[in-house]
Design a protein around this ligand. Structure first.
Ligand code: PLP
Length: 399
Protein backbone atom coordinates (compact mmCIF):
# COMPACT_ATOMS: atom_id res chain seq x y z
CA UNK A 1 0.00 0.00 0.00
CA UNK A 2 1.27 3.42 -0.92
CA UNK A 3 -0.19 6.80 -0.04
CA UNK A 4 0.06 7.51 -3.76
CA UNK A 5 -2.37 4.68 -4.65
CA UNK A 6 -5.26 6.91 -3.77
CA UNK A 7 -4.04 9.42 -6.35
CA UNK A 8 -3.65 6.79 -9.00
CA UNK A 9 0.13 7.17 -9.18
CA UNK A 10 2.51 4.24 -9.02
CA UNK A 11 5.70 4.84 -7.01
CA UNK A 12 8.86 4.31 -9.03
CA UNK A 13 12.33 3.03 -8.37
CA UNK A 14 14.47 6.14 -8.64
CA UNK A 15 17.96 5.18 -9.76
CA UNK A 16 18.67 8.72 -10.97
CA UNK A 17 19.71 10.26 -7.67
CA UNK A 18 18.36 13.40 -6.05
CA UNK A 19 16.81 14.84 -9.19
CA UNK A 20 13.95 17.27 -8.68
CA UNK A 21 11.61 15.81 -11.29
CA UNK A 22 11.60 12.50 -9.39
CA UNK A 23 11.18 14.02 -5.95
CA UNK A 24 14.76 14.58 -4.86
CA UNK A 25 16.68 12.89 -2.07
CA UNK A 26 15.18 10.58 0.55
CA UNK A 27 14.77 12.39 3.87
CA UNK A 28 16.26 10.43 6.79
CA UNK A 29 13.85 9.54 9.64
CA UNK A 30 15.37 12.22 11.91
CA UNK A 31 14.61 14.84 9.27
CA UNK A 32 11.04 13.64 8.77
CA UNK A 33 10.52 13.72 12.54
CA UNK A 34 11.89 17.26 12.76
CA UNK A 35 9.49 18.24 9.97
CA UNK A 36 6.50 16.77 11.82
CA UNK A 37 7.52 18.24 15.19
CA UNK A 38 8.04 21.70 13.72
CA UNK A 39 4.66 21.56 11.99
CA UNK A 40 2.91 21.06 15.33
CA UNK A 41 3.77 24.49 16.72
CA UNK A 42 3.80 28.10 15.53
CA UNK A 43 6.77 30.49 15.54
CA UNK A 44 7.47 33.87 13.92
CA UNK A 45 9.34 33.22 10.70
CA UNK A 46 11.80 36.08 11.08
CA UNK A 47 12.93 34.66 14.42
CA UNK A 48 13.24 31.21 12.89
CA UNK A 49 15.25 32.55 9.95
CA UNK A 50 17.54 34.40 12.34
CA UNK A 51 18.12 31.20 14.31
CA UNK A 52 18.77 29.33 11.05
CA UNK A 53 21.33 32.02 10.24
CA UNK A 54 23.28 31.34 13.37
CA UNK A 55 23.42 27.61 12.73
CA UNK A 56 24.25 27.91 9.04
CA UNK A 57 26.90 30.53 9.71
CA UNK A 58 28.54 28.28 12.27
CA UNK A 59 28.61 25.36 9.85
CA UNK A 60 29.69 27.32 6.77
CA UNK A 61 31.89 29.99 8.31
CA UNK A 62 29.78 32.57 6.46
CA UNK A 63 30.07 36.22 7.32
CA UNK A 64 33.48 35.89 8.93
CA UNK A 65 35.45 37.07 5.96
CA UNK A 66 36.21 40.73 6.11
CA UNK A 67 35.62 42.27 2.77
CA UNK A 68 33.33 45.07 1.83
CA UNK A 69 33.35 47.17 -1.33
CA UNK A 70 32.05 50.19 0.55
CA UNK A 71 32.90 51.10 4.07
CA UNK A 72 34.70 49.11 6.71
CA UNK A 73 34.68 45.31 6.70
CA UNK A 74 32.01 43.62 8.75
CA UNK A 75 32.32 40.57 10.89
CA UNK A 76 28.96 38.98 11.40
CA UNK A 77 27.99 35.50 10.49
CA UNK A 78 24.72 35.31 8.66
CA UNK A 79 22.86 32.95 6.48
CA UNK A 80 19.12 32.45 6.14
CA UNK A 81 17.61 29.47 4.44
CA UNK A 82 15.10 29.38 1.65
CA UNK A 83 14.59 27.47 -1.57
CA UNK A 84 17.62 27.37 -3.84
CA UNK A 85 15.70 29.34 -6.41
CA UNK A 86 14.60 31.98 -3.97
CA UNK A 87 18.14 32.09 -2.67
CA UNK A 88 19.56 32.93 -6.03
CA UNK A 89 16.82 35.38 -6.95
CA UNK A 90 16.90 37.16 -3.61
CA UNK A 91 20.68 36.99 -3.58
CA UNK A 92 20.79 38.74 -6.88
CA UNK A 93 18.43 41.43 -5.67
CA UNK A 94 20.64 41.90 -2.67
CA UNK A 95 23.67 42.44 -4.91
CA UNK A 96 21.70 45.02 -6.84
CA UNK A 97 20.79 46.89 -3.72
CA UNK A 98 24.38 46.99 -2.71
CA UNK A 99 25.24 48.93 -5.86
CA UNK A 100 23.99 52.20 -7.25
CA UNK A 101 22.16 51.20 -10.36
CA UNK A 102 23.55 47.96 -11.51
CA UNK A 103 21.92 45.56 -13.91
CA UNK A 104 24.52 43.24 -15.27
CA UNK A 105 26.10 40.08 -14.07
CA UNK A 106 29.13 38.48 -15.62
CA UNK A 107 29.15 34.73 -15.98
CA UNK A 108 31.43 32.61 -18.09
CA UNK A 109 29.79 31.27 -21.21
CA UNK A 110 30.35 27.63 -20.29
CA UNK A 111 28.40 28.00 -17.08
CA UNK A 112 25.18 29.32 -18.64
CA UNK A 113 22.33 26.98 -17.71
CA UNK A 114 18.59 26.81 -17.24
CA UNK A 115 18.85 27.64 -13.57
CA UNK A 116 20.32 31.08 -14.19
CA UNK A 117 16.74 32.09 -14.92
CA UNK A 118 16.50 32.74 -11.18
CA UNK A 119 19.02 35.53 -11.54
CA UNK A 120 17.44 36.90 -14.67
CA UNK A 121 14.00 36.85 -13.03
CA UNK A 122 15.41 39.09 -10.31
CA UNK A 123 16.36 41.66 -12.93
CA UNK A 124 19.88 40.79 -13.98
CA UNK A 125 21.06 40.76 -17.53
CA UNK A 126 23.77 38.17 -17.95
CA UNK A 127 26.89 39.17 -19.80
CA UNK A 128 28.72 36.11 -21.03
CA UNK A 129 32.43 36.01 -20.54
CA UNK A 130 34.97 34.10 -22.59
CA UNK A 131 34.62 31.01 -24.74
CA UNK A 132 34.50 27.32 -24.08
CA UNK A 133 36.54 26.23 -27.04
CA UNK A 134 37.09 22.73 -25.73
CA UNK A 135 33.39 21.89 -25.97
CA UNK A 136 33.11 23.68 -29.30
CA UNK A 137 35.96 21.52 -30.55
CA UNK A 138 37.61 24.71 -31.70
CA UNK A 139 40.55 24.95 -29.37
CA UNK A 140 42.17 24.18 -26.06
CA UNK A 141 41.12 27.16 -23.97
CA UNK A 142 38.23 27.97 -21.66
CA UNK A 143 37.10 31.27 -20.11
CA UNK A 144 39.98 33.06 -18.40
CA UNK A 145 40.05 35.34 -15.39
CA UNK A 146 41.24 38.42 -17.30
CA UNK A 147 38.19 38.12 -19.53
CA UNK A 148 35.97 38.74 -16.53
CA UNK A 149 37.84 41.88 -15.70
CA UNK A 150 37.63 43.03 -19.30
CA UNK A 151 33.85 42.51 -19.24
CA UNK A 152 33.21 44.55 -16.09
CA UNK A 153 31.55 47.85 -16.85
CA UNK A 154 29.76 50.65 -15.03
CA UNK A 155 26.54 48.63 -14.86
CA UNK A 156 28.09 45.43 -13.59
CA UNK A 157 26.51 44.43 -10.29
CA UNK A 158 28.49 41.30 -9.68
CA UNK A 159 29.54 37.91 -10.92
CA UNK A 160 27.41 34.80 -11.11
CA UNK A 161 29.71 31.80 -10.77
CA UNK A 162 28.37 28.29 -11.25
CA UNK A 163 30.55 25.96 -9.25
CA UNK A 164 31.51 22.45 -10.29
CA UNK A 165 34.79 20.77 -9.32
CA UNK A 166 36.14 21.60 -12.77
CA UNK A 167 34.81 25.12 -13.18
CA UNK A 168 37.46 27.32 -14.79
CA UNK A 169 38.77 29.86 -14.08
CA UNK A 170 38.88 29.06 -10.39
CA UNK A 171 36.57 30.82 -7.97
CA UNK A 172 39.58 32.25 -6.19
CA UNK A 173 40.88 33.92 -9.35
CA UNK A 174 37.47 35.27 -10.32
CA UNK A 175 36.75 36.55 -6.82
CA UNK A 176 40.08 38.31 -6.72
CA UNK A 177 39.36 40.18 -9.97
CA UNK A 178 35.81 40.99 -8.92
CA UNK A 179 36.78 42.26 -5.49
CA UNK A 180 39.44 44.46 -7.02
CA UNK A 181 36.52 46.24 -8.71
CA UNK A 182 34.35 46.16 -5.60
CA UNK A 183 32.05 43.57 -7.16
CA UNK A 184 30.53 40.65 -5.25
CA UNK A 185 30.55 37.04 -6.44
CA UNK A 186 27.40 34.97 -6.14
CA UNK A 187 28.09 31.24 -6.38
CA UNK A 188 25.57 28.66 -7.51
CA UNK A 189 26.86 25.60 -5.69
CA UNK A 190 23.53 23.78 -5.68
CA UNK A 191 25.21 20.47 -6.42
CA UNK A 192 28.55 21.40 -4.84
CA UNK A 193 28.40 19.01 -1.89
CA UNK A 194 29.66 16.42 -1.03
CA UNK A 195 32.40 16.74 0.06
CA UNK A 196 31.09 18.52 3.13
CA UNK A 197 34.19 20.67 3.50
CA UNK A 198 32.78 22.65 0.55
CA UNK A 199 30.21 24.10 2.90
CA UNK A 200 33.15 26.22 4.09
CA UNK A 201 35.68 26.23 1.28
CA UNK A 202 33.73 28.28 -1.27
CA UNK A 203 33.32 31.11 1.19
CA UNK A 204 36.96 30.76 2.14
CA UNK A 205 37.82 31.00 -1.58
CA UNK A 206 36.18 34.39 -1.83
CA UNK A 207 32.46 33.86 -2.57
CA UNK A 208 30.31 36.66 -1.18
CA UNK A 209 27.13 34.59 -1.37
CA UNK A 210 26.77 30.86 -1.91
CA UNK A 211 23.55 28.98 -2.63
CA UNK A 212 23.45 25.24 -1.87
CA UNK A 213 20.54 22.96 -2.62
CA UNK A 214 18.93 21.60 0.53
CA UNK A 215 17.28 18.69 -1.23
CA UNK A 216 20.26 16.97 -2.81
CA UNK A 217 23.07 15.40 -0.79
CA UNK A 218 22.06 17.34 2.33
CA UNK A 219 18.76 15.40 2.25
CA UNK A 220 16.54 18.15 3.50
CA UNK A 221 13.09 18.82 2.05
CA UNK A 222 13.31 18.94 -1.72
CA UNK A 223 12.17 22.56 -2.03
CA UNK A 224 14.79 23.96 0.34
CA UNK A 225 18.15 25.58 -0.10
CA UNK A 226 20.74 27.53 1.81
CA UNK A 227 22.04 30.99 1.10
CA UNK A 228 25.08 31.98 3.09
CA UNK A 229 27.59 34.76 2.90
CA UNK A 230 28.09 38.42 3.70
CA UNK A 231 25.85 39.77 6.41
CA UNK A 232 24.66 42.87 4.55
CA UNK A 233 23.68 40.88 1.47
CA UNK A 234 21.98 38.25 3.56
CA UNK A 235 19.94 40.87 5.39
CA UNK A 236 18.95 42.36 2.05
CA UNK A 237 17.98 38.95 0.68
CA UNK A 238 15.98 38.26 3.85
CA UNK A 239 14.00 41.44 3.35
CA UNK A 240 13.25 40.23 -0.18
CA UNK A 241 11.73 37.01 1.03
CA UNK A 242 10.14 37.53 4.43
CA UNK A 243 6.42 38.14 4.65
CA UNK A 244 6.02 41.88 5.23
CA UNK A 245 2.37 42.04 6.18
CA UNK A 246 2.80 43.78 9.52
CA UNK A 247 2.32 47.26 10.97
CA UNK A 248 5.41 49.45 10.83
CA UNK A 249 4.75 50.27 14.49
CA UNK A 250 5.02 46.59 15.42
CA UNK A 251 7.51 45.03 12.99
CA UNK A 252 10.49 43.87 15.05
CA UNK A 253 12.78 41.42 13.26
CA UNK A 254 15.75 40.27 15.35
CA UNK A 255 18.14 43.21 15.26
CA UNK A 256 21.21 41.11 14.47
CA UNK A 257 19.34 39.64 11.47
CA UNK A 258 17.88 42.80 9.94
CA UNK A 259 18.96 46.22 11.11
CA UNK A 260 15.69 48.11 11.01
CA UNK A 261 17.40 51.43 11.45
CA UNK A 262 19.02 51.00 8.01
CA UNK A 263 15.67 50.81 6.25
CA UNK A 264 13.66 53.85 5.23
CA UNK A 265 10.45 52.04 5.98
CA UNK A 266 8.86 48.64 6.17
CA UNK A 267 9.42 47.11 2.75
CA UNK A 268 6.64 45.44 0.77
CA UNK A 269 6.88 41.80 -0.29
CA UNK A 270 9.95 41.22 -2.45
CA UNK A 271 10.70 38.76 -5.20
CA UNK A 272 11.52 35.98 -2.74
CA UNK A 273 7.99 36.03 -1.38
CA UNK A 274 6.96 33.98 -4.38
CA UNK A 275 9.23 31.14 -3.27
CA UNK A 276 8.33 31.09 0.39
CA UNK A 277 9.53 28.27 2.62
CA UNK A 278 7.58 26.89 5.58
CA UNK A 279 8.73 26.60 9.18
CA UNK A 280 8.77 22.80 9.06
CA UNK A 281 10.93 22.88 5.94
CA UNK A 282 13.38 25.21 7.66
CA UNK A 283 13.63 23.05 10.78
CA UNK A 284 13.91 19.86 8.75
CA UNK A 285 16.67 21.37 6.61
CA UNK A 286 18.62 22.47 9.68
CA UNK A 287 18.35 18.95 11.07
CA UNK A 288 19.55 17.52 7.76
CA UNK A 289 22.36 20.05 7.50
CA UNK A 290 23.66 19.19 10.94
CA UNK A 291 23.61 15.48 10.08
CA UNK A 292 25.34 16.08 6.76
CA UNK A 293 27.98 18.37 8.24
CA UNK A 294 28.89 15.99 11.04
CA UNK A 295 29.24 12.85 8.93
CA UNK A 296 25.82 11.53 9.90
CA UNK A 297 25.34 9.99 6.44
CA UNK A 298 28.73 8.33 6.12
CA UNK A 299 27.43 4.88 7.08
CA UNK A 300 24.67 5.09 4.49
CA UNK A 301 27.17 6.14 1.82
CA UNK A 302 29.46 3.23 2.71
CA UNK A 303 26.62 0.85 1.88
CA UNK A 304 26.28 2.18 -1.67
CA UNK A 305 29.23 0.47 -3.30
CA UNK A 306 28.40 -3.10 -2.21
CA UNK A 307 24.84 -2.56 -3.44
CA UNK A 308 26.06 -1.40 -6.85
CA UNK A 309 28.46 -4.34 -6.96
CA UNK A 310 25.56 -6.75 -6.44
CA UNK A 311 23.73 -5.18 -9.39
CA UNK A 312 26.86 -5.42 -11.53
CA UNK A 313 27.29 -9.08 -10.60
CA UNK A 314 23.66 -9.78 -11.55
CA UNK A 315 24.30 -8.30 -14.99
CA UNK A 316 27.20 -10.64 -15.83
CA UNK A 317 26.47 -12.48 -19.05
CA UNK A 318 24.09 -9.80 -20.36
CA UNK A 319 24.81 -7.58 -23.36
CA UNK A 320 26.42 -4.95 -21.20
CA UNK A 321 29.61 -4.05 -19.40
CA UNK A 322 29.44 -2.60 -15.89
CA UNK A 323 31.86 -0.25 -14.27
CA UNK A 324 31.68 1.38 -10.86
CA UNK A 325 32.75 5.00 -10.86
CA UNK A 326 33.94 5.89 -7.40
CA UNK A 327 36.12 8.76 -6.23
CA UNK A 328 36.76 6.75 -3.11
CA UNK A 329 36.73 9.77 -0.82
CA UNK A 330 34.08 8.17 1.38
CA UNK A 331 31.66 11.03 0.71
CA UNK A 332 30.99 11.29 -3.01
CA UNK A 333 28.44 8.70 -4.12
CA UNK A 334 29.71 5.92 -6.34
CA UNK A 335 27.76 5.36 -9.56
CA UNK A 336 27.28 2.27 -11.66
CA UNK A 337 27.81 2.82 -15.37
CA UNK A 338 26.24 0.20 -17.63
CA UNK A 339 27.59 0.29 -21.18
CA UNK A 340 25.14 -1.46 -23.48
CA UNK A 341 26.24 -3.48 -26.50
CA UNK A 342 23.48 -1.87 -28.56
CA UNK A 343 24.23 -3.81 -31.72
CA UNK A 344 24.10 -7.20 -30.02
CA UNK A 345 21.03 -6.24 -28.04
CA UNK A 346 19.21 -4.80 -31.05
CA UNK A 347 18.09 -1.80 -29.03
CA UNK A 348 19.74 1.41 -28.01
CA UNK A 349 20.05 2.92 -24.55
CA UNK A 350 17.06 5.23 -25.11
CA UNK A 351 14.88 2.19 -25.88
CA UNK A 352 16.07 0.41 -22.74
CA UNK A 353 15.51 3.52 -20.65
CA UNK A 354 11.98 3.92 -22.04
CA UNK A 355 11.11 0.26 -21.42
CA UNK A 356 12.35 0.52 -17.84
CA UNK A 357 10.19 3.59 -17.26
CA UNK A 358 7.16 1.87 -18.73
CA UNK A 359 7.71 -1.42 -16.90
CA UNK A 360 6.37 -2.58 -13.55
CA UNK A 361 7.46 -1.09 -11.26
CA UNK A 362 8.53 1.94 -13.30
CA UNK A 363 12.30 2.42 -13.07
CA UNK A 364 14.09 5.67 -13.81
CA UNK A 365 17.81 5.31 -14.38
CA UNK A 366 20.32 8.13 -14.79
CA UNK A 367 19.97 9.38 -18.37
CA UNK A 368 22.92 11.69 -18.84
CA UNK A 369 24.98 9.26 -20.95
CA UNK A 370 22.26 7.63 -23.03
CA UNK A 371 23.74 9.10 -26.18
CA UNK A 372 26.90 7.11 -25.44
CA UNK A 373 24.88 3.92 -24.99
CA UNK A 374 25.25 4.02 -21.21
CA UNK A 375 22.78 3.82 -18.33
CA UNK A 376 23.81 5.35 -15.03
CA UNK A 377 22.69 3.99 -11.68
CA UNK A 378 22.78 6.35 -8.75
CA UNK A 379 22.34 4.56 -5.42
CA UNK A 380 20.85 7.34 -3.29
CA UNK A 381 17.20 6.34 -3.57
CA UNK A 382 17.82 2.61 -4.08
CA UNK A 383 17.57 0.50 -0.93
CA UNK A 384 18.34 -3.23 -0.79
CA UNK A 385 14.84 -4.28 -1.83
CA UNK A 386 14.77 -1.82 -4.73
CA UNK A 387 18.27 -2.91 -5.79
CA UNK A 388 17.04 -6.48 -6.14
CA UNK A 389 14.11 -5.47 -8.36
CA UNK A 390 16.35 -3.13 -10.31
CA UNK A 391 18.91 -5.88 -10.95
CA UNK A 392 16.19 -8.27 -12.14
CA UNK A 393 14.60 -5.74 -14.49
CA UNK A 394 17.96 -4.67 -15.91
CA UNK A 395 18.84 -8.30 -16.52
CA UNK A 396 15.57 -8.85 -18.37
CA UNK A 397 16.07 -5.79 -20.55
CA UNK A 398 19.75 -6.35 -21.27
CA UNK A 399 19.66 -10.08 -22.07
C1 PLP B 1 20.37 21.13 -8.82
C2 PLP B 1 20.89 22.44 -9.29
C3 PLP B 1 20.14 23.60 -9.11
C4 PLP B 1 18.76 23.57 -8.51
O1 PLP B 1 18.75 23.25 -7.15
P1 PLP B 1 17.36 22.82 -6.50
O2 PLP B 1 17.62 22.70 -5.04
O3 PLP B 1 16.97 21.52 -7.14
O4 PLP B 1 16.38 23.90 -6.84
C5 PLP B 1 20.69 24.80 -9.50
N1 PLP B 1 21.91 24.88 -10.04
C6 PLP B 1 22.67 23.78 -10.24
C7 PLP B 1 24.05 23.94 -10.83
C8 PLP B 1 22.19 22.52 -9.87
O5 PLP B 1 22.94 21.42 -10.05
Amino acid sequence: MSIYDDLGIEPIINASGSVTRLGGAPMPPEVVKAFADAAAEAVPLDQLQAAACRIIAEITGAGKRAWSPRGPPRRSPWAPRRSWRASIAAAWKSCRFARDFPTNSSSHASSRNGYDHAVRAAGARLIEVGFHEIVAGAGVRRAEAWEYEAAFGPNTAGVLYVFTPDSRPSLREVAERAHRRGLPVLVDAAGGVPPRERLRSLIADGADLVAFSGGKAIRGPQATGILCGRRDFIASAAVQMLDMDDHPELWAPPQEFIERGKLTGLPRHGIGRGFKVAKEQIVALLTALRLFATGGYDTIVRGYRPRLERIATALKGTRSVCQILDRGDGETFPQLEIAIDEKALGRNAFDVCRRLRQGKPPIYVGHWRLDQGRLMISPMNVDDAAAEVLARRLREELS
